[in-house]
Ligand binder design. Structure first.
Ligand SMILES: Cc1ncc(C[n+]2csc(CCOP(=O)(O)OP(=O)(O)O)c2C)c(N)n1
Ligand code: SF4
Ligand SMILES: [Mg+2]
Length: 292
């Protein structure tokens, strides 16, 4: 198999268009996912990666169509199974930069179990969730991040379930980098994704990414008014403080909530074990040679 090396050392940063595929996004006009796509394209440009060094894995949903629109390797997977697929890719070739992208339904409903275990395994993957608080692809049903009282076809009298909090779930499940972005602020979002990619472990960025077609409540205007940058004095190594900020709803904070450094990632651990195995087989072979 050909060795693939992330090319962070490229001298000339590429133009954003070099990272686009020939497929044009099929999202509705005004969809928040355009802002996230721009942020990811910008991230790749800033990092100067070669397109063949990056794999973008998704599940199923409007947001999960993402890999089609980027010129890197991509894997449009199965609904809710993006993390296991990405884990396999990263363990098979740890030199690749692996990003997971998808929706709130993909991450927290059908993919909820995989999400929790992905967080606690701390594999070096960056997960960007396009959280529109609804199922877009299937034409507008209530999702695990929809608020109480939210009216859709699946909850015509208003949702009675309390919404799941992606940030606190990620933190208590063991994620070592947890942030929140907004597709209406793609520059700040790109900065968060760069930080997430640079973090050597599981990084999660939950992104408010409005669905203007089916969610008339959580619009760009709503998030512009409801969000605020995380207080400048917040110490991201303090998990209790990060959890407290993540639980607040007025305002909804944007930025880096939590970052834990120094924990070995799953892929590094596996690489180390592989190296040890290689050493031990060498020792055995020498012994066999000696006594044969
Ligand atoms: C196993 C399986 N169950 C259900 C579906 C139907 N389905 C497709 S996408 C989706 C939810 C999409 O919502 P989300 O993940 O939030 O993505 P969005 O479309 O909002 O970006 C569902 C339920 C499916 N494709 N596969
Ligand atoms: S249905 Fe909503 S989430 Fe899907 S492409 Fe249209 S605006 Fe975006
Ligand atoms: Mg959704």
């Amino acid at each position: 198999m050909r060795e693939v090396t992330p090319s962070q050392t490229l001298k000339q940063p590429k133009a954003i268009d070099d990272y686009k595929s020939s497929a044009k996004p099929t999202w509705c006009p005004g969809c928040g996912d355009f802002g996230v796509l721009n942020a990811v394209l910008n991230t790749l440009r800033v990092k100067g990666y070669k397109t063949e060094d990056v794999v973008i894995v998704s599940g199923i949903g409007c947001s999960s169509r993402f890999p089609f629109f980027i010129g890197t390797y991509g894997f449009h997977g199965v609904h809710g199974r993006a993390i296991p697929i990405a884990t396999g890719v990263k363990l098979a070739n740890p030199k690749l930069k692996v990003l997971v992208v998808g929706g709130d339904g993909d991450a927290f409903a059908i993919g909820g179990g995989h999400f929790i275990h992905g967080m606690r395994r701390n594999i070096d993957i960056t997960y960007v969730i396009m959280d529109n608080e609804i199922y877009g692809l299937t034409k507008g049903q209530t999702s695990p991040t929809s608020n109480v009282g939210f009216i859709t076809k699946s909850t015509p009298k208003g949702s009675i379930d309390r919404p799941l909090n992606p940030l606190t779930l990620a933190m208590i499940s063991g994620a070592t980098f947890v942030a929140r972005g907004f597709s209406g602020k793609p520059k700040e979002l790109a900065e968060l994704i760069v930080q997430g990619i640079d973090h050597p472990g599981m990084s999660v960025i939950d992104v408010y990414s409005p669905c203007p077609t089916f969610n008339e409540v959580n619009t760009f205007k709503f998030f512009r008014e409801a969000t605020e940058q995380i207080p400048a004095g917040h110490d991201p190594s303090n998990r209790s403080a990060a959890l407290e900020l993540a639980l607040q709803s007025d305002p909804l904070y944007l930025g880096l909530f939590y970052k834990e450094e120094g924990l070995e990632s799953l892929d590094r651990h596996v690489e180390r074990l592989r190296a040890e195995d290689a050493d031990s087989s060498e020792v055995l072979n020498r012994l066999f040679d000696q006594f044969s």
